[in-house]
Design a protein around this ligand. Structure first.
Ligand code: UDP
Length: 508
C-alpha cells in the first residue's frame, strides 16, 4: 500500500539566480514553504548565502525545517573578476556571458549534493534563469516549478510579444496595442525588453532562448502575486499552463519581524538603526515620498539632477536612495557642487547604498513611492497600500508601469519614453524633466480628486494583499495546494513503481 509522504519528508530544493532581486523573493518563498512544515533546502554560493543568513537563522530558531547548502562559486573558472558571485557585481555588459556560464557550472556540484540529500529532494523550485535545473529535475524524476519574478500580467504580455516578434508584427515606431489582453495596453517598441528588438538587444539572445525553452518544460510556475490583484490575467496564464500556476504572494509579507524587514538583500546603509525611524516619525502620516530604483537600476547624472530637483520642487519630504560605487562619482560631484544635501536637509534624506525598503514602505509617514517598477518593489508598494510614481528603466518595467497606471489606476508616470538598457545608460539624453517629476508627485500626493482616488485604490489593494496571505486567503491556500500537488505527485510515482514491479513479477 502507498502512503502520502509526511510534510517534513518532503524536501523542496530552492535554487535562486545569483542576483539580489531574485534571491530576496526566493528566500521569502523558502520561508513560506517551511512555515507549512515541509523541509526546505536553499542552494547558493557563500557570498550570496551571506545576504540572508541572519534571516534564515531566525527562521531555524523559530523551529522551521530550513537550511542553506553552499555551492562553490565558479566565477573565476567562468572568467569573471575575483569575487563576482552576484549579478549585481557584474558591472560591465561584457561579462554577462561569463556570468551565465558561472551559473551553468554549478550544475554538477548541485547534482552531487542532491544525490546525497536527506530527505530526498521532492521538487525543485528554480529561478527561471537557472536553465540547467530542467535537466536536473528530469534526472531525479521530480517536478521543477519555476519562479520567474514577474506578474501574470507581464507573463501574458511576454507571451503575446513573443508571438508578435516571431510573426514580425512589432511595429518599428509608434504605439501599438498589445493583442489578446483584457485591457487596452499601449506600448512602443522602444519600451520593450531588449530581446524584442535586436540588434539593440543586450541580453545574449541564445541564453535567453535557452532559458525560455527550459521554462516551457517546467511542471508548473509559482508567481509572486495574489489572485485578487489580477484575476483576469491569472486565469489567462493558468489557461496557458494547464492550470499549474500557483500565486503565492506578496512574498514580502512573510516578513513580520522588523529585523526580517530591515535585513533583506544587502546590508542596509544606515549608521544608526533608529535614526531613520526617528526621521520618519517626525513627519505627518502619508507625507513622505520614497524614491528608489531597485537593486540594479542606474540613472545618468543628468537624469539624477532632474529627479533631485523634482523631488525638491514638489515640496514634500522625501527619501532618495543613491547607489554607491565608481559610476556614481558624477552624481556625488553634482550633489556637493550644488550643496544639494545641505539645501534639502530640513526635508530630504539621502540614503547611499542599500535602504531598508520594507521598513520605509510600511512606515505610516510614507505616502508615495517613486519606483522603477521592478516587480518586487511594485508588489512591496502595493502591499504597503501606497500609490506610486512610476519611472521605468529597463526589462519588463514599462509593462509594469502600464499595469499600475492603466489597469490598477494607482499610479502616475513621470513620462519616461524609452528603455534604458542596463550598462548603456550614458547613451541616452534627458527624457524626464524636473517639472515632469514634480507634476507626477503632486498628482499622486495632493488632495485633488485624481490623487484621492489613486490613494483610496492603493489602500484597498494593500488590504487585499494582506488578506491574501492570511489563514483563509488565496495565496495561503495556493501554497497549501502546491505542497499537496507535490505530495500527490510522489504518491502517484510510488503507486506506479509498485504497479510496475507487480506487472514484471507476473510477467516473469
Ligand atoms: N531593495 C532594498 N533596498 C534598496 C534597493 C532595493 O531593499 O536600496 C530591494 C527591494 O525591496 C526589492 C529588491 O531589492 O525587494 C529590488 O527588486 P526589484 O524587482 O524591484 O528591482 P530590480 O532590482 O530587479 O531592478
Amino acid at each position: 500500500m502507498t502512503t502520502v509522504p509526511a510534510l517534513a519528508e518532503l524536501n523542496f530544493v530552492v535554487i535562486p539566480l545569483l542576483s539580489t532581486s531574485h534571491l530576496i523573493p526566493l528566500t521569502d518563498m523558502a520561508k513560506l514553504l517551511a512555515q507549512q512544515g515541509v523541509t526546505v533546502t536553499l542552494l547558493t554560493t557563500p557570498r550570496n548565502a551571506a545576504q540572508f543568513t541572519a534571516s534564515i537563522d531566525r527562521a531555524v530558531c523559530s523551529g522551521l525545517l530550513i537550511r542553506v547548502v553552499e555551492l562553490q562559486s565558479k566565477a573565476k573558472e567562468a572568467g569573471l573578476p575575483e569575487g563576482c558571485e552576484n549579478h549585481n557585481d557584474v558591472t560591465s555588459l561584457n561579462y554577462r556571458r561569463q556570468f551565465f556560464a558561472s551559473i551553468d557550472m554549478l550544475q554538477e556540484q548541485a547534482e552531487k549534493l542532491l544525490e546525497e540529500m536527506k530527505p530526498k529532494p521532492s521538487c525543485i523550485i528554480s529561478d527561471a534563469y537557472v536553465a540547467w535545473t530542467a535537466d536536473t529535475a528530469d534526472k531525479f524524476q521530480i517536478p521543477r516549478i519555476v519562479f520567474d519574478g514577474m506578474s501574470c500580467f507581464n507573463q501574458m504580455c511576454m507571451h503575446n510579444l513573443y508571438i508578435m516578434r516571431d510573426q514580425h508584427k512589432i511595429p518599428e515606431s509608434g504605439a501599438f496595442v498589445m493583442p489578446d489582453l483584457p485591457d487596452r495596453i499601449e506600448v512602443t517598441k522602444a519600451q520593450l525588453p531588449g530581446y524584442f528588438k535586436p540588434p539593440a538587444a543586450v541580453f545574449i539572445q541564445d541564453i535567453r532562448e535557452k532559458i525560455r525553452a527550459a521554462e516551457e518544460r517546467a511542471y508548473g510556475v509559482v508567481i509572486n502575486t495574489f489572485e485578487e490583484l489580477e484575476q483576469r490575467y491569472v486565469d489567462k496564464f493558468r489557461g496557458l499552463k494547464d492550470g499549474r500556476v500557483w500565486c503565492v504572494g506578496p512574498l514580502s509579507l512573510c516578513n513580520n519581524d522588523n529585523l526580517d524587514k530591515a535585513q533583506r538583500g544587502n546590508k542596509a546603509s544606515f549608521e544608526r538603526e533608529d535614526s531613520l525611524k526617528k526621521w520618519l516619525d517626525s513627519w505627518q502620516a502619508e507625507t513622505v515620498v520614497y524614491a528608489c530604483f531597485g537593486s540594479l537600476g542606474n540613472i545618468t547624472v543628468v537624469q539624477f539632477v532632474e529627479l533631485a530637483l523634482g523631488l525638491e520642487a514638489s515640496g514634500y519630504p522625501f527619501i532618495l536612495v543613491i547607489k554607491t560605487g565608481e559610476g556614481q562619482a558624477p552624481i556625488e560631484d553634482w550633489i556637493s557642487k550644488n550643496d544639494f544635501e545641505e539645501r534639502i536637509k530640513e526635508r530630504g534624506l539621502l540614503i547611499r547604498g542599500w535602504a531598508p525598503q520594507l521598513l520605509i514602505l510600511s512606515h505610516p509617514a510614507t505616502g508615495g513611492f517613486l519606483t522603477h517598477c521592478g516587480w518586487n518593489s511594485t508588489l512591496e508598494g502595493i502591499s504597503a497600500g501606497l500609490p506610486m510614481i512610476t519611472w521605468p528603466l529597463f526589462a519588463e518595467q514599462f509593462l509594469t508601469e502600464r499595469f499600475l497606471v492603466h489597469v490598477l489606476k494607482m499610479a502616475a508616470g513621470v513620462g519616461s519614453q524609452s528603455h534604458v538598457h542596463l550598462g548603456m545608460e550614458e547613451k541616452l539624453e534627458v527624457q524626464v524633466s524636473n517639472k515632469m517629476v514634480k507634476d507626477a508627485i503632486k498628482k499622486v500626493m495632493e488632495t485633488e480628486k485624481e490623487g484621492k482616488e489613486m490613494r483610496k485604490r492603493a489602500r484597498e489593494l494593500g488590504e487585499m494583499a494582506k488578506r491574501a496571505v492570511e489563514g483563509d486567503g488565496s495565496s495561503h491556500l495556493n501554497v497549501k495546494l502546491l505542497i499537496k500537488e507535490i505530495q500527490e505527485f510522489h504518491l502517484n510515482q510510488s503507486a506506479k513503481m509498485i504497479y510496475n514491479a507487480q506487472i514484471s513479477d507476473v510477467l516473469v
